[in-house]
Design a protein around this ligand. Structure first.
Ligand SMILES: CC(C)C[C@H](N)C(=O)NCC(=O)O
Length: 499
């Protein structure tokens, strides 16, 4: 090629790229309704992984995902990951994991997108304003269980590949998908699958992208760490059946009283974990980290108002962020066997199971935490001199994940965000857990980046979970770097959506 032709190509390249950005943006904008309808179909499936009665829906959900990817021409597999044994001994088939591949050009990088399509439980009577399984749009927000966590982000990725296909544009990278149905309950069976496919499906993966979290503020974010989670059941068993509290109250030592006593010993009112050894294991906060947190955009007042509390555990930004992301915490979730319906039943429950979890951070080890918690609860229980029986079991043991933000992947992520929003993203951590993130990193040796598209107030696991329409669009655009240069307008819209 002569130098004049080369010069001409180089001069025309930016214009050609800009043209592509515009085509992609126009395509995505004009297919918004289709994306919303796809989300509606997925939200309608009650793929609740924590409810054994919903397991058929979960199996169906995985089939639906596989079929969507097959119709797009991907190489799709539904990988059988075996069975799960429940604490009561029941054996249940795990939902299959969907793997898919688009493109296998060895001259290109291969990215692996991980996501999940199982959800947390949701009932209208929990306080939802709309039916949780009927996607409902109000003021540009799409309400439904799983809308943000994690069905819309998974769909957004799939639609991004679809947009390339529809526009007959070459995918800039090979794209692989790993989509599972047990994330919300600890990703059972997925570790083993990744290990088994380490030298096959994962052998050519260059990096892993997860979009299962939210921005912290109006500023776009990239996420470089998640807390892990150890989830415990503490069962206290007493009389052979429930008893009338008037007839038996005062004569028996009540399991519920024992349970409340031991649960109360886990954490102090000011948030200090009382279990020996837990706080000692935590990596100390470095000056560098402190500085990073200090620079992050985060409005405590707004966070407080959006959360609907009158006071937060800490009144300064750095302490609050550190305790959300890089210190452990204990949360008590519920008591199975306890009376919780409306009304005034006066029973003494014979058997109650307290459920609580401890978020894990570097350098905690779930195996060690299991022993620390079990020993501690038995010692507290022992001091009560109760005739009741205590059984402690750990049902989820997910490790924390932390990435090196100096990796070029994060530079690419920053550039992509900058391209879309004309602003550098905040580098943030996530207090929630992606149980498989650490396994991906350890087994494949590849770098992981989390690219959030939701807002911190999307209501994950809560009533009125939502995803903004604009977030669905921006997601696709961020990742595929095919946008108009001047995106100020879109950024402002997204700021609004994430308020
Ligand atoms: C914000 C989390 C990382 C979202 C994730 N899907 C999740 O909810 N994981 C389970 C958990 O309890 O954190």
């Amino acid at each position: 090629m002569n130098p004049q032709t080369l010069l001409l190509i180089l001069l025309l390249l930016p214009a050609a790229r800009a043209f592509q950005f515009t085509r992609m943006a126009q395509y995505v904008d004009s297919h918004q309704e289709e994306y919303v309808e796809a989300l509606r179909d997925w939200v309608a499936i009650e793929s609740d992984s924590s409810n054994v009665l919903k397991r058929p829906d979960l199996h169906h959900m995985m089939e639906v995902v596989a079929q969507k990817l097959r119709l797009m021409g991907g190489t799709v597999e539904l990988v059988d990951i075996g069975e799960q044994e429940l604490p009561n001994g029941q054996i249940l088939a795990l939902p299959k994991v969907v793997t898919a591949q688009f493109g296998n050009d060895t001259s290109k990088h291969t990215v692996c997108v991980y996501g999940h399509v199982d959800v947390q439980p949701a009932k209208l009577e929990d306080g939802w304003n709309t039916d949780p399984y009927n996607l409902t749009e109000i003021n540009g927000h799409l309400y439904g269980r799983g809308a943000s966590d994690n069905k819309a982000p998974v769909l957004a990725w799939i639609h991004a590949v679809g947009a390339y296909q529809a526009l007959h544009m070459d995918l800039p990278v090979n794209v692989k998908f790993v989509i599972e149905g047990m994330e919300e309950t600890g990703s059972n069976g997925l570790d083993a699958m990744i290990l088994a496919q380490r030298n096959t499906f994962f052998s050519d993966v260059d990096y892993i992208i997860i979009s299962d979290c939210g921005w912290l503020s109006r500023r776009p974010a990239l996420t470089y760490g998640t807390r892990g989670n150890c989830y415990f059941f503490a069962e206290v068993k007493g009389p052979k059946q429930d008893l009338h509290s008037g007839v038996y109250g005062g004569s028996v030592i009540e399991p519920m009283t024992d349970l409340i006593g031991i649960l109360d010993s886990l954490i102090s009112p000011s948030g200090k974990i009382q279990i020996p050894g837990i706080r000692e294991a935590v990596a100390p906060l470095t000056d560098e980290e402190w500085k990073m947190y200090q620079d992050i955009e985060f409005d405590l007042e707004n966070y407080k108002n959006k959360t609907g509390v009158s006071q937060l555990m800490y009144d300064n930004k750095v302490d609050l962020l550190a305790h959300m992301w890089r210190y452990p915490t204990v949360s008590i979730h519920g008591i199975e066997g306890a009376f919780s319906d409306p009304g005034t039943k006066t029973v003494i429950p014979a058997k109650v199971t307290g459920k609580f979890s401890i978020r894990q951070v570097p350098n905690m080890d779930p195996a060690v935490v299991k022993t620390q918690v079990t020993d501690y609860l038995h010692s507290v229980f022992g001091k009560r001199k109760s005739p009741n029986k205590l059984k402690v079991s750990m049902v989820i043991g997910a490790k924390p994940w932390l990435a090196n933000t100096q990796h070029p992947l994060y530079e690419a992520g920053k550039a992509a965000v900058n391209k879309v929003f004309n602003v550098d993203p905040d580098l943030i951590r996530e207090g929630g857990t992606i149980p498989i993130a650490r396994t991906f990193q350890d087994v494949t040796g590849k770098s992981i980046i989390m690219i959030p598209i939701g807002g911190f107030d999307d209501g994950l696991h809560s009533q009125n979970e939502k995803m903004s329409r604009l977030d669905i669009l921006s997601f696709i655009m961020i990742h595929f770097l095919k946008l108009q240069k001047n995106n100020k307008h879109r950024r402002e819209q997204n700021q609004h959506a994430c308020l």
